[in-house]
Design a protein around this ligand. Structure first.
Ligand code: ATP
Length: 643
């Protein structure tokens, strides 16, 4: 802790060169980052780490070193933009056993005690007597091996992976094995949100720039400069979310010129813009005041971002930036027909919706979810899909994010053409009054949609803001009007064995929300009613492989006591009629109250396989929902205390 705060000060006053040279053993930067919960200290420690790769004492070119450092720091499953890590427990147990000469049974028993494979690996290594000190681990060595593991596939890949992991572990000392094993699992767990890594990268770039120019700004000027650089980098990365392109450009032109160099590029999916829920039609008018807005049908399907690259390739990406071209071979065939001749490159935002083959009517999301996700052949497709385009983000070499929506919409309509049952523009109406919105909402529901999306038409509030959830896009679902409120996306972290007929499956589940700042899952409720026997069987099959020997360290459990723990991976959409304060669950603790918030009578809606665990609903949104409910109840004169 002492070292960390001294470094924070040093970084802010611009005097720090680096904290830990890549590969240096005495002060492992990951351990320092893990040891502090203070954001500012984390940022300065992180700042020091990329700076280390500017050091001439490291082998390898600066660009690839810096990229390796950043991927290592994010410590998510991602290793290079195209491939992922996420090695299962049993393979890692085997590798730890092999590299430390311990039996599988002993490693497993340790895991039961510790609940963290990283700790097990570290303890196993440290209790092992070695004759020779291994050579220091370097970032390039670790990264090359991690990449090799991520890229190996096929039948013999398991043995290959075990042997690479064994080699890596053999070279570890101190706490290194802990972080290597956690990286292999796909979760570093040092409380390192990707946002913070971006800020640190911007800071590192400014500090390196100053060092090169032998300049030193005073404290205030430096703080302002660091903030400006962080905001530039965050905005650039939201448009072009790939370190493979942003880092070389940053090194070449510096942070100020980065926006000219790194722009939205077809082929690199950007994080979609999101919407805030509204409870009443009146709220729409309050939020938009005298500004022009439009209402669009809110289709009940799956988000699809469609790109056409310079070389003519068309690609469809999911909400999660996954390439869905293999899931939708039919869309790939349909798409060229909707593109007009003068349209060479583009990115548009759309919803893929299941439609009835015979009547052309829209079908609910459940129909779409019946489609296979992999190895889909056009001739086997039962559920047909129509694409409803609602925004144009890039056209013929030009990003359009900073154009007014009204202009983007016009360009979309000019450069694409509807094809019945295959491609269409989102049905829209530029409503002005509550009555008009109400009538349009009813029409949308009659036509098989979830409700409306209300969007600002003009001015900077109508720009497309990747990954942001602001009031510039509002969602008005029919459910809200019935007083049901918005649904939540929650991660399944535990299971309770069933009773009676259900003893062979889990009969109930423990759910959690995700706090992106603290990087932790917070328990929120137990859900166990309303599942059919078939559904329980299917959930059992999906969750059984995720069972863990002990709860993972990033789950804030509170008083919940499920029979088994799961690796947090599967996301469910859940509705609730009521939220209450809870002494048991930990969701949003300290936000609305010292106690956590829990869902009463939660109802399962669907599996959200287009969302990753870290896309789950956050504690702020839960606290906001709770506060709104308290307010509504007090207005209604029946203020109710939570139980
Ligand atoms: P999140 O807000 O976390 O994305 P969600 O995925 O459940 O939650 P909602 O917030 O309910 O989605 O609504 C936004 C989603 O609605 C978009 O991600 C998109 O998939 C879908 N959608 C349907 N029609 C439209 C439209 N006309 N404009 C924008 N989005 C639309």
């Amino acid at each position: 802790e002492g070292v960390a705060s001294k470094n924070a000060e040093a970084a802010l006053s611009g005097q720090m060169k680096w904290i830990s040279r890549a590969g240096e053993r005495r002060r492992p930067v990951f351990a320092l980052i893990e040891a502090t919960t203070k954001r500012i200290e984390k940022t300065s420690l992180l700042t020091g780490f990329p700076l280390a790769s500017h050091s001439s004492q490291c082998e390898g070119d600066t660009n690839s070193l810096l990229q390796a450092c950043i991927y290592a720091l994010i410590g998510s499953a991602q290793i290079t933009s195209g491939s992922k890590l996420g090695i299962g427990e049993s393979l890692l147990v085997k590798a730890i056993g092999e590299s430390t000469g311990r039996s599988l049974a002993v490693v497993k028993a340790d895991l039961k005690k510790e609940g963290d494979l990283g700790l097990v690996a570290m303890n196993s290594k440290n209790s092992q007597k070695t004759l020779f000190k291994p050579k220091p681990l370097t970032v390039p060595f670790v990264f090359t091996n991690l990449k090799e593991i991520a890229l190996s596939s096929g039948h013999s890949s398991q043995n290959k992976k075990v042997s690479i992991i064994t080699k890596l572990l053999a070279a570890c000392q101190g706490s290194e094995a802990k972080y290597i094993v956690r990286s292999l699992e796909g979760k570093l767990r040092i409380g390192n949100a990707e946002r913070t890594v971006l800020v640190a990268l911007a800071h590192a770039s400014v500090l390196a720039e100053q060092e090169a120019a032998n300049k030193r700004l005073n404290k205030e000027k430096l703080a302002a400069r660091l903030e400006q650089a962080a905001s530039i980098l965050k905005s650039v990365y939201s448009e072009l979310p790939t370190y493979d392109l942003v880092i070389p450009a940053l090194l070449e032109v510096g942070v100020d010129k980065l926006p000219e160099r790194c722009k939205l590029t077809p082929g690199v999916p950007l994080k979609p813009m999101l919407a805030k829920p509204t409870k009443a039609i009146g709220e729409v008018l309050d939020k938009f005041e005298d500004k022009r807005f439009t209402c669009e049908y809110k289709y009940d399907g799956e988000r699809a971002q469609v790109h056409k690259l310079e070389d003519g390739t068309i690609a469809v990406f999911s909400r999660n930036s996954e390439d869905m071209s293999k899931k939708y071979p039919d869309l790939m065939e349909q798409l060229p027909k909707c593109v007009k001749e003068d349209t060479k490159t583009f990115v548009f935002d759309a919803e893929a919706v299941a439609i009835d083959k015979d009547t052309g009517k829209l079908m609910p999301f459940q129909e779409l979810s019946r489609r296979k996700r992999k190895d889909v052949k056009v001739e086997d497709i039962q559920v047909r899909v129509c694409l409803f385009a609602f925004d144009l983000l890039y056209l013929n070499g030009e990003p359009l994010l900073h154009k007014d929506f009204v202009e983007r919409r016009q360009m979309l309509h000019e450069h694409f053409q509807p094809v019945p049952g295959e491609f269409s523009f989102a049905t829209a109406s530029d409503c002005e009054t509550i009555d008009e919105i109400q009538a349009f909402l009813e029409e949308s529901v009659k036509d098989g949609c979830e409700g409306l999306m209300v969007k600002m038409l003009e001015g900077e509030h109508s720009f497309y803001e990747p990954s942001r959830r602001t009031v510039n896009w509002l969602k008005l679902k029919k459910d809200y009007l019935a007083g049901i409120g918005d649904s939540l996306d929650l991660v399944v972290v535990g299971g309770y064995y069933g009773k009676g007929k259900r003893t062979n499956v889990y009969g109930a589940f423990l759910l959690a929300c995700y706090d992106a700042d603290a990087e932790e899952y917070q328990t929120i409720c137990k859900i166990g009613t309303g599942f059919s026997e078939e559904a329980l069987q299917a959930h059992y099959e999906a969750l059984k492989p995720l069972e863990m020997t002990k709860v993972r360290g990033d789950v804030k459990v509170g008083g919940a006591k499920p029979d088994v723990w799961f690796e947090p991976k599967i996301v469910w959409e859940v509705l609730t009629a009521d939220l209450s304060l809870s002494p048991i669950y930990t969701a949003a603790q300290g936000l609305a109250d010292d106690r956590g918030i829990s869902l009463r009578f939660p109802r399962f809606i669907r599996i959200r396989d287009d969302k990753a665990a870290n896309d789950a609903t956050g504690p702020e949104q839960i606290a906001e929902m709770y506060e709104r409910q308290v307010l509504a109840q007090s207005k209604g004169g029946k203020k109710k205390k939570g139980g």
